[in-house]
Design a protein around this ligand. Structure first.
Ligand SMILES: Cc1ncc(COP(=O)(O)O)c(C=O)c1O
Length: 415
């Protein structure tokens, strides 16, 4: 969706004050373009919504781990939620204080745990009894501060969202059941090298239902009530983004108000990803061909599922608009597809577009989250460059260049 940063000025799509055409002319397509101003504005909106709490926002780097983006969010007051040693490495490079990093993930390796402990990462969100023992044992061997543990609770609550991004139901691989958490909390002394300090939950992404989150938080609080040493509740991410104008998403204030009565006496950690960067990013593509076939109009672009897999993976909807605003309102249902050899290689189904011609560029909106981080080299395609329009809204920089064939071949030998 268009917004204050991704908008038309005099009929030409701009990212803040920068014409997207200018970026396209210099960098080529496909290209990701991010508004840092919008990302920082989104961070501020969440900080404001939770201002009445003792709340700390850890931006979820899995949504978009661009180093420039991380650096600006960290300077804006965010910590980082990391799910691998690679994300921790990026968070540290971007200037995050180790104590402001949360290390989450259902399958952390011993090497990753040792790395995180050596770096004195602040929080470990634990999802397995054996993992708890492993952290305790590694912490006894390496020179580190005692790590803070938050047990990740699976509350067995179904979030109303796409099944692939729901994580808090009983059948999901995530978290620990109430019984296991109760058992771990009762025998904290078995883990003398760690500090049990919090409980963590994340019931899914794109949460439309504040009530499911309230129920999950309430169940988590019941578990920690007997333990006055557990003063931190990490409520995960999941704040929703409207991908269509009529998406009924609750705003951040509604989330904060629903939870306020429950959490007023606790320190609250949040891990938002999508809600910070989704609507600050676009993927710009060029039209290669237009094909009318089987009663449908296909616009074939130079972007594909290898740059943005969400429509293929989750049937996700992204609005798509031409870079030059059409002169009239005539629109046709159009299938926007890429060159990859898969029928699933669709960027948009039944998108209302004007008559498109080869060479006419398009922008796929709300593409800042789970876009570039999921990009691949499938079909030996080169991952696209990333451009940041700086917080001044006027200047822009290439923060990651386009890959080359040499980049792809560097790690391979012909035997
Ligand atoms: C544990 C955890 N925290 C935070 C997030 C970020 O979620 P979102 O981008 O929906 O805010 C995720 C997403 O998968 C997650 O699994």
């Amino acid at each position: 969706m268009l917004n204050d940063s991704i908008h038309y000025i005099n009929g030409s799509l701009h990212c803040d004050a920068v014409p997207v055409q200018e970026i396209l002319a210099q960098v080529g397509s496909p290209v990701y373009v991010y508004s840092l101003k919008r990302a920082l504005h989104n961070l501020k909106r969440i900080q404001t919504a939770f201002a009445g709490y003792d709340a700390h926002i850890h931006y979820s780097a899995k949504a978009n781990a661009n180093l420039t983006l991380l650096r600006h969010l960290v300077q804006g007051g965010a910590g980082i939620d990391a799910v691998s040693a690679g994300e921790i490495h990026r968070a540290l490079l971007a200037g995050t204080a180790p104590s402001n990093i949360v290390f989450a993930g259902v399958g952390k390796t011993p090497d990753e745990l040792a790395y995180a402990l050596e770096k004195n990462v602040g929080w470990f969100n634990v999802e397995n009894v054996a993992e708890c023992g492993l952290i305790d044992s590694i912490a006894s061997q390496v020179d580190c501060l005692p790590p803070h543990i938050a047990l990740r609770f699976n509350p067995d609550i179904s979030a109303s969202t796409h099944p692939y991004i729901a994580t808090g139901h009983g059948g999901a691989k995530f978290g620990l059941t109430a019984d296991v958490i109760a058992d771990l909390l009762a025998r904290q002394s078995d883990f003398p090298n760690v500090v049990f300090a919090g409980i963590h939950l994340h019931i899914g992404s794109q949460l439309h239902d504040t009530d499911a989150t309230r129920q999950a938080v309430s169940a988590a609080l019941d578990l920690i009530k007997p333990y006055p040493n557990i003063r931190t509740v990490n409520i995960g991410g999941g704040l929703p983004v409207a991908y269509k104008a009529d998406d009924p998403v609750p705003d951040f204030d509604a989330f904060a108000q629903t939870l306020a009565p429950l959490l007023k006496d606790y320190t609250v950690l949040l891990e938002p990803g999508r809600s910070i960067i989704a609507d600050a990013g676009i993927l710009v593509a060029n039209t290669l061909y237009v094909k009318k076939q089987a009663g449908q109009t296909f616009v074939i672009t130079d972007a594909s599922m290898s740059e943005l897999i969400r429509p293929a993976l989750y049937q996700a909807h992204h609005e798509i608009v031409p870079l030059i605003e059409p002169a009239d309102d005539t629109r046709y249902a159009t299938q926007v597809v890429g060159p990859v050899c898969e029928t699933a290689d669709v960027l948009g189904r039944n998108i209302l577009l004007p008559d498109m011609s080869p060479g006419e560029p398009l922008a796929i909106l709300n593409a800042g989250a789970y876009g570039m981080v999921m990009a691949s080299n499938y079909n030996q395609r080169l991952r696209p460059p990333e451009v940041a329009v700086m917080p001044d809204g006027q200047t822009w920089q290439i923060t990651r260049r386009r890959e080359t064939w040499d980049d792809l071949l560097r790690m391979e030998a012909i035997l």
